[in-house]
Design a protein around this ligand. Structure first.
Ligand code: SF4
Ligand SMILES: [Zn+2]
Length: 399
């Protein structure tokens, strides 16, 4: 029983409500956990995370509402990330600095690729916020010539993310800043048309990066769920080139549901088919992003990320086709990213990075000198691929 002291008088209850509360608070709060309710709640939270990203769970209780609003506003005017690096400037076949800015926008509209969780960086931002984000990143831009890469975790040519006016504004800014030698933006194929490229006509060296992933329509639609065809890509690439811009094609090394060997073969064949449209091929080594189907497969042991040996093999083969190929080893050496045994990973990562800015094949050929036992394992995996993954085909070949 509760007891209170009021004006030196001891009371059992402050009010009838308190009396009622003591007797019935358990039913009112209904603190018991019911499995069905818990599942419903888990489902709702999972949907919310997929839709709005993990930001919605951030604790803000020790801030005033003014602070919360200011932080939110500031956040909208800050890019997701920006960093300086070196990149291969294809037009002059040399390495120059690059500034990559991941701009926070409404995010990718498609949001259905089995491998991608980038759209989680989406936010409800205005076009003014987007320009402010860019301005903020350019504060750290180099004084010498550099490549500017503006990525949106979606499509730069999607009006819902970047309005036509904003694109024009950005193009003017690029033109004004003489140190910017080239602008690279990413887009899905369906947004490429003459009108949108026209918005960027002030940019001297414009490159559109298109995430084709593979030239194989079956793999792209069934395993990646990309939502556009090779023909859509081909049309987009043609329009881009007709308007004097260049195309960078993203190919994905090892989508889900295919073996290591098939993955290598797929990117090599795809490179042959896209090299006529692309000034650069970017070989993206698949890494396991959060809240994706790929992550579910990986957790259940149905998807191992690609070996770094496979990446080296594929890059060498593609480079021999006389096309510029780069490969940013994102997440390499980690369990969610492309990796080998752990002992030889770093040397391979360094070599790939060096190759990116030199296009010198001997850098990768020197890796043959690495005497790591995991290489034998990788060789065996490739050699017995048919036996391991398609035993029927293997035995047919033998008889
Ligand atoms: S891979 Fe590209 S198109 Fe697919 S969901 Fe991610 S951002 Fe969108
Ligand atoms: Zn090794």
């Amino acid at each position: 029983m509760m007891r209170f002291t009021f004006n030196n008088e001891e009371l059992q209850y402050f009010s009838e409500f308190h009396k009622f509360w003591e007797a019935h608070h358990k039913e009112i709060l209904n603190a018991g956990i019911d499995i069905k309710q818990a599942q419903l709640a888990a489902h709702a939270l999972s949907n919310a995370t997929r839709k709005y990203g993990r930001e919605i769970f951030r604790v803000t209780s020790n801030k005033t509402s003014h602070e919360i609003m200011t932080t939110a506003k500031n956040k909208k005017q800050k890019p997701v990330a920006s960093w300086l690096d070196y990149d291969f400037f294809t037009e002059e076949r040399k390495a120059i600095k690059s500034l990559t800015v991941i701009v926070r926008t409404a995010g990718c509209q498609w949001r259905n690729c089995t491998i991608c969780g980038y759209w989680q960086e989406a936010a409800d931002v205005t076009q003014a916020d987007i320009l402010a984000q860019l301005e903020d990143s350019l504060k750290t831009s180099p004084d010498e010539e550099f490549i500017l890469k503006i990525f949106t975790s979606g499509s730069f040519l999607d009006d819902r993310e970047i309005a036509s006016e904003t694109r024009r504004e950005i193009a003017k800014m690029v033109k004004r800043r003489k140190e910017i030698k080239k602008l690279i933006v990413e887009t899905r194929a369906e947004y490429v048309n003459a009108e949108k490229i026209e918005d960027l006509k002030a940019v001297e060296n414009l490159e559109l990066a298109i995430g084709l992933e593979t030239a194989d329509d079956f793999i792209r639609s069934k395993y990646i769920n990309k939502g556009f065809s090779f023909e859509d890509y081909r049309k987009a690439a043609k329009i881009t080139r007709d308007y004097g811009a260049t195309v960078k094609t993203y190919l994905l090394l090892k989508p889900p549901f295919i073996s290591e060997k098939k993955a290598i073969e797929d990117v090599i064949t795809s490179a042959e088919l896209v090299s006529g449209y692309s000034s650069t091929i970017s070989l993206n080594l698949c890494n396991v992003q959060k809240y994706t189907l790929l992550e579910d497969l990986w957790r259940r042991g149905y998807y191992p990320p690609p070996w770094l040996w496979s990446a080296v093999d594929a890059i060498k083969e593609i480079a021999r086709q006389n096309v510029v190929v780069i490969s940013d080893p994102v997440g390499a050496g980690h369990k969610r990213g492309p990796h080998n045994c752990g002992k030889c990973d770093q040397r391979i990562i360094e070599a790939i990075k060096k190759f990116n800015i030199t296009q010198d094949l001997s850098v990768l050929e020197h890796l043959d000198e690495i005497d790591c036992e995991c290489r034998e394992v990788w060789h065996a995996l490739i050699k017995y691929d048919d036996f391991l993954f398609c035993s029927q085909t293997f035995f047919k070949k033998k008889v």
